[in-house]
Design a binder for this molecule. Structure first.
Ligand code: ZN
Ligand code: ZN
Length: 285
């Protein structure tokens, strides 16, 4: 079972996603995995896992992934960012696996509530946001905290700026947040109403499980998933450089997903969107 690679302006997104079956994306630029409903070798080198919720198609392959890390000799425990409600159940699950394997499945948990902000690495931070699903769930917005020279210092000659910078004069800078990447899956589309800054994140990964009348909006909402009919009214709002849609239902073949989306997405917005699909017309087995 291989995976698909999508290039955005700043990231490489490697993974596979089929609604209800498996979702896992690896983004090497952030050394991070997003969900682990399926495990693949390149993803096992990640330092961080952002877990959206505990449905099996998003979490079920965690022991496989940790096993791969053991074989690959990765010594540092995987750091797992997860909804706070799962922070005692997940260790219980891994303890059981550890007992059965006679080998310790170790992770480093970072439990989060909606609104929490925590450091990832370097200038990269994450903000957790509440997604809308029948079980505890979170979306994640990765952003960088960047120092920008204040306007009043911009006129100074370069060497003078360098001297002040070396002197540790922090007053010279404003710290700004540059929103790089958001991961929102298994959610009602109402999450977009509650978090309008999502439309400005450079790269947005968003679920779009259902695409046409094969599933009614009502039934899509009952399972707390996004239907394209409910996304299209927002379509002019997306200012992101890239929007990657994923988690399509197996009601559609990959070619049907491409055809329906090409048909329904307004032409002026189409180039902004990429679809996480196999290159062929067969879902990843
Ligand atoms: Zn799912
Ligand atoms: Zn789910």
């Amino acid at each position: 079972m291989s995976q698909t690679t999508i290039k955005t302006q700043s990231e490489t997104i490697i993974g596979r996603s089929l609604g209800g079956f498996y979702t896992s994306l690896f983004v090497p630029e952030y050394k991070s995995l997003f969900d682990v409903g399926t495990a693949f070798r390149i993803g096992a080198s990640a330092k961080n896992l952002f877990l959206s919720h505990a449905h099996a198609d998003h979490l079920g392959a965690l022991p496989s992934l940790l096993g791969m890390r053991g074989l690959m000799g990765v010594k540092t425990p995987l750091r797992v960012f997860l909804p706070i409600e799962l922070s005692s159940d997940l260790p219980d699950l891994l303890d059981t696996f550890s007992k059965m394997h006679r080998w310790t499945f170790e992770v480093d948990l970072v439990p989060l509530s909606p609104g929490d902000v925590t450091h990832v690495h370097g200038d990269l931070w994450v903000r957790a946001i509440r997604t809308l699903h029948p079980v505890p769930s979170l979306g994640y917005v990765l952003f960088r905290r960047i120092k920008k020279l204040k306007v009043e210092y911009m006129e100074l000659p370069g060497p003078e700026i360098g001297r002040l910078r070396r002197s540790g004069n922090e007053d010279m800078f404003n710290v700004i947040e540059r929103k790089e990447f958001a991961y929102l899956t298994d959610t009602l589309p109402d999450v977009l109403l509650g978090n309008p800054d999502i439309f400005d994140v450079r790269t947005l990964v968003l679920e779009c499980t259902f695409l046409n009348e094969k599933k009614s909006i009502q039934n899509a909402r009952a399972g707390c998933h996004i239907h394209l009919d409910e996304l299209l009214p927002f379509i002019g709002e997306f200012k992101n450089d890239s929007v990657v849609l994923m988690h399509f239902s197996q009601l559609y073949s990959p070619d049907e997903v491409r055809e329906i989306f090409d048909d329904r997405c307004p032409a002026e917005q189409r180039s902004r969107f990429q679809l996480l699909l196999p290159n062929s017309n067969q879902w990843w087995d």
